[in-house]
Design a binder for this molecule. Structure first.
Ligand code: B16
Ligand code: MG
Length: 218
């Protein structure tokens, strides 16, 4: 991969830590249905769409609901999630993200978002990051969730970038699989023991620069 044309970023767990709010809202739903949701179980929901997450939670609690009930619970969860997200400010942007995006901009590398979340725009607005993204591919635009590559393929297409010259930043196993299925370079944000299919894994953007990325690709 000689040059990088575009970088595609997942949102939750990469740009901002919304996982804690998703967890609080899903846990309340589980509690209302008479069971608890552990932090470990919450890990299974990262990068997974809202309705798929609900199905996983219901199978954990061995609860079955009608389609109508599911929609109503998912809507209730999302209302609480958005209420919790109102506490977020630009300071909640994960460390090092802003300087890294500034570096990409200065190097004319195009920037896109590839998230399963239907709330991506609202969240980016809250943390004052919307203007960095030339395209936003979110849960409202995709028909197939990660690990399907659709989200990143649409992003590359929007940015007119070759797949092989795109880099994806992801914190979820399903997201890394989506990036690799799209033929892109995958940077895992988190732990190497979890994100085993990533090309490289870093803790976060705090001590990570464009030069580090270029070195890793060679
Ligand atoms: P929403 P990402 C994902 O975002 C989250 O990781 C996942 O936990 C969540 O269920 C999903 O978005 C849907 O979110 O309910 O806001 O539409 O990591 O792909 O940016
Ligand atoms: Mg994520």
């Amino acid at each position: 991969m000689p040059t990088i044309q575009a970088c595609l970023f997942d949102l939750d767990g990469v740009i901002v830590d919304t996982a804690k709010y998703h967890y609080q809202a899903w846990r309340k739903l589980a509690n209302d249905l008479g069971f608890d949701l552990s932090l470990e179980q919450n890990e299974l929901l990262k990068g997974i769409s809202r309705m798929e997450s609900l199905d996983i939670i219901l199978s954990i609690g061995k609860v079955s609901l009608t389609e109508e009930q599911k929609i109503s619970y998912a809507t209730e969860k999302n209302t609480l999630y958005l209420e919790l997200c109102q506490q977020m400010t630009p300071d909640d942007t994960l460390p090092g993200v802003r300087p890294f995006l500034e570096e990409l901009k200065a190097s004319s590398i195009r920037i896109g978002l590839g998230s399963a979340s239907k709330n991506a725009r609202v969240i980016l607005e809250r943390i004052d990051m919307l203007s960095y993204f030339e395209t936003i591919v979110d849960g409202n635009r995709i028909t197939k969730g990660k690990p399907d590559p659709e989200v990143f393929l649409i992003g590359a297409n929007d940015l007119n970038a070759d797949h092989a010259q795109c880099v994806v930043f992801e914190d979820a196993v399903a997201g890394i699989q989506a990036a690799k299925a799209a033929g892109m370079f995958a940077v895992g944000i988190g732990e190497a023991s979890v994100l085993t299919e990533a090309d490289i894994v870093v803790e976060g953007f705090k001590n990570f620069s464009l030069q580090n990325l270029l070195n890793a690709e060679m």
